[in-house]
Design a protein. Structure first.
Length: 159
């Protein structure tokens, strides 16, 4: 009897493991469109195309919708436009290169240029410390006055 139970349990487990959802395996076409869309599940910062969460509450249905729209013959731009129409601009994985979104594309370049300018100013400022030290040297007559005062103070301390 225990053998029959074990055989029955093994059969049930085998049947369950065979019945997998084909959407778990993403096609390159779905991934291409999904990379343009942000995953809005709230738990990750990935795109729909590379969200690796199992049974993600947003990416999984979005992939199904992308597949459905692709089988109906919709182009990539139409599919992305449909998601933007439903979800707003937050559905996009990358900001648009116009208006305020253009600032998101330009800021890294501005930050690098500002950092390079700051580095050049720093290097130029401390490039020749010997010349700056020469500017601070005392004239020979001032130096002689300090040396005579120091000699008198030393004599006074010794006596």
């Amino acid at each position: 009897m225990p053998r029959v139970k074990l055989l029955l349990l093994t059969s049930v487990l085998a049947a369950i493991s065979i019945a997998q959802n084909p959407m778990d395996f993403m096609s390159p076409e779905i991934k291409r469109v999904g990379m343009k869309l942000a995953c809005l599940c709230g738990s990750c910062r990935n795109s729909v195309g590379d969200c690796s969460m199992l049974a993600c509450g947003y990416a999984f249905p979005a992939r199904q919708k992308i597949k459905q729209l692709q089988t109906m013959g919709a182009s990539d731009q139409n599919i992305v436009g449909r998601f933007v129409k439903e979800q707003g601009k937050k559905a996009l994985a990358e900001p648009e290169a116009e208006g305020f979104g253009l600032l998101g594309w330009l800021m890294p370049g501005f930050a690098m240029a500002l950092g390079l300018i700051a580095l050049l100013v720093y290097v130029k400022r401390f490039q020749n410390p010997a010349a700056a030290a020469e500017d601070k040297l005392l004239a020979p007559e001032q130096l002689a006055a300090y040396e005579s005062t120091a000699a008198r103070e030393l004599e006074r301390m010794d006596s």
